[in-house]
Design a protein around this ligand. Structure first.
Ligand code: SF4
Ligand code: SF4
Length: 102
């Protein structure tokens, strides 16, 4: 795993309709990959915006956010290769994303 892959273990989605722009997630994020939007949402708040790269999937922003449903953190789940069981039609190795949301 190279350095960039290590930094892209997570993904952040912001629901602009739920965000109140308090900035707690921005302060809490260790790699500082969250900023504030230039535009306003329908409540007149500048909302949190994910930079698009660098999320580690730590979930700290999710825990810091006081607004239920404003943030969803996806965390990459790397699965170890598994042996193929031909009697059951075989299985393959793969990965996926886990999700934390309010
Ligand atoms: S999950 Fe962690 S790294 Fe990703 S945006 Fe939230 S605080 Fe930052
Ligand atoms: S902590 Fe929640 S409400 Fe505050 S800016 Fe971040 S997403 Fe918006």
């Amino acid at each position: 795993m190279n350095a960039q892959e290590k930094l892209d273990r997570g993904l952040l989605r912001v629901d602009e309709a739920e965000c109140k722009g308090c900035g707690l997630c921005i302060e809490a994020c260790p790699p500082k990959v969250i900023g504030l939007s230039e535009g306003l949402n329908h409540y007149g708040y500048r909302t949190a915006v994910y930079a698009g790269r660098g999320c580690t999937g730590c979930g700290i922003c999710f825990l810091a956010c006081p607004e239920p449903g404003a943030l969803t953190v996806y965390r990459a789940v790397l699965k170890r290769p598994v042996a193929v069981d031909r009697t059951l039609g075989g299985q393959s190795a793969g990965g996926g994303m886990a999700c934390a949301s309010n």
